[in-house]
Design a protein around this ligand. Structure first.
Ligand code: ZN
Length: 395
C-alpha cells in the first residue's frame, strides 16, 4: 500500500515533534507553570487533487504525555462523503475528531483492553482542500493533544438544477409552512423566509438530533433504497429558484428524492432506533432513525408516520407513507444519510462494498470487530509484510 509508506516519514517526524513538545512543555511547566504552550507544524497549502493531508501537532496547556493519540487508519475522502477513523488515545477523558470547525464524537469500541476508539466523520458537500481533519484528545487536567488524520481528498462533482416557482405552488405551500405571515406580505417573500430560515433551522435541528446517538452500531449490512423507487434528484444538487422569469434564490439540496407511487410505504433503510418523528420545517412530517456512532437516516415529506421516538425498528420496517408535506412539489420520499447531523451521500451506504472497504477495513486493521452482513475484508499479505518493522517504532 503506497499510502502507508508515504505516511511513515510523517509518523517518525511526528514522534520527534511529540518528544520535542513534551520536553518543551515539561520544562516550561517546571520553570514557571505557564499554561498555553503550543507547538504547531503548519500544514502546507493544498496544491491540487489527491494531495495528502499533512501532520499537525499541537500541545496546549501542560503535559501531553497522558493524552497520546495514535491513529490506526485514515484513508481517502470525498466532499459529501463519510470516513471511519480508528485510533487509540491513552488516558484521554474525552476524544473528538474535527473537520474544520465541525466536531464529531468518538466512541470506545471493541475489547476494553485494546483501548480503541472509533469516530465516523462527514465531509460536508462544500468541504474544501486544506480544511484540517484532526483528532483531539483531552485528559482530566485538560491537557490537549491533537493530530491531523492522514487522508487524501478525491473531488466529487455535484449537479445543478433550476426550479420554477409557480403561483399555485406558493399558494399551496406558503400558508402551510408560514402561518404567521402577514396577509399583505407577497407569497414569494414568504417563500424566501421558508426556503432560507426554515431550511437553516432544520439543519440546526439535525445537528442536535445527531448528538443523541447510540454508542455502538445498531445496524448491519448495506442500507437499502426503497424498492421500485426512481431517483429524480441527487445529493448536493445546487438549485436555482426562478420566479416570474427571474432567479430569486439558490439553495443546496442535501438528500436524494425518491419517487414511487403516491402514499407508498417508506421502509427503514437499516435497523436502528427512532430518534425523531414529527414535523421538521421544510421537511414536513419527518422520521430520523439512529443507527449508532452518529450515523442516522432521515425520511421526509411523509403523509403519515407509524413510529414514535424510542421505537426500535428492523431493516425494511414501515415507518410511514410518502407524501407532500413540507416543501415538496409532488409525492416523493426525501431521503438523507446523516453523520452527526451532517448530510452525506447515501450512495456510499447503499453499497456493501463501500462499507466493507471504508468501514470494516479500518476496523479490521485496528483488530476490532467488523460490521456484519457486508462480506469478509480480504487479508492483505503485502500490507502485512511492509508493516513488519512496526514494533521497532513502539515507544
Ligand atoms: Zn428532496
Amino acid at each position: 500500500m503506497p499510502q502507508r509508506s508515504r505516511t511513515k516519514p510523517w509518523f517518525l517526524f511526528l514522534l520527534v515533534l511529540l518528544l520535542a513538545v513534551v520536553g518543551t512543555v515539561s520544562y516550561l511547566g517546571w520553570r514557571q507553570y505557564v499554561p498555553g504552550v503550543r507547538a504547531v507544524t503548519q500544514a502546507p497549502r493544498f496544491l491540487g487533487h489527491n494531495a495528502s493531508f499533512t501532520v499537525t501537532l499541537e500541545a496546549a496547556r501542560g503535559n501531553v504525555r497522558r493524552a497520546e493519540v495514535r491513529i490506526v487508519q485514515g484513508g481517502y475522502v470525498s466532499p459529501g462523503g463519510a470516513l471511519l477513523i480508528a485510533f487509540r488515545a491513552a488516558d484521554a477523558s474525552r476524544v473528538d475528531v474535527s473537520v474544520g470547525s465541525r466536531i464529531f464524537p468518538s466512541f470506545a469500541y471493541g475489547p476494553a483492553d485494546k483501548g480503541a476508539r472509533v469516530a465516523l466523520i462527514a465531509l460536508p458537500w462544500d468541504f474544501t482542500a486544506g480544511t484540517p481533519l484532526a483528532v483531539t484528545a483531552r485528559d482530566e487536567a485538560n491537557n490537549v493533544a491533537t493530530r491531523t488524520v492522514p487522508a487524501e481528498l478525491k473531488p466529487r462533482p455535484f449537479p445543478r438544477d433550476t426550479i420554477t416557482l409557480t403561483d399555485a405552488f406558493l399558494q399551496a405551500k406558503v400558508p402551510e409552512l408560514l402561518p404567521q405571515r402577514a396577509p399583505t406580505q407577497p407569497l414569494i417573500d414568504g417563500f424566501l423566509v421558508i426556503n432560507r430560515d426554515q431550511r437553516r433551522q432544520a439543519e440546526e435541528e439535525k445537528i442536535k438530533i445527531g448528538a443523541k446517538t447510540a454508542d455502538k452500531p445498531l445496524w448491519e449490512g448495506p442500507f437499502t433504497q426503497p424498492r421500485n423507487t426512481k431517483v429524480f434528484s441527487n445529493f448536493a444538487e445546487t438549485r436555482t429558484y426562478v420566479y416570474q422569469g427571474k432567479p430569486v434564490d439558490t439553495q443546496v439540496h442535501v438528500g436524494f428524492d425518491l419517487a414511487s407511487t403516491k402514499l407508498s410505504p417508506v421502509p427503514a433503510a437499516n435497523a436502528g432506533q427512532v430518534a425523531f418523528a414529527g414535523p421538521l420545517t421544510i421537511y414536513g412530517n419527518t422520521v430520523i432513525l439512529d443507527h449508532g456512532l452518529g450515523l442516522q437516516t432521515l425520511y421526509a415529506h411523509l403523509s403519515s408516520i407509524d413510529v414514535k421516538p424510542g421505537d426500535k425498528v428492523t431493516k425494511g420496517q414501515e415507518l410511514g407513507r410518502s407524501g407532500t408535506t413540507g416543501l415538496a412539489v409532488g409525492d416523493h420520499l426525501h431521503f438523507e444519510v446523516l453523520v452527526s447531523g451532517v448530510s452525506v451521500t447515501p450512495i456510499e451506504w447503499w453499497d456493501g462494498k463501500w462499507i466493507r472497504d471504508r468501514v470494516n477495513k479500518p476496523l479490521k486493521q485496528a483488530g476490532l470487530p467488523e460490521i456484519a452482513g457486508v462480506g469478509e475484508v480480504p487479508d492483505e499479505p503485502v500490507a502485512r509484510s511492509t508493516a513488519a518493522p512496526r514494533p521497532a517504532r513502539r515507544r
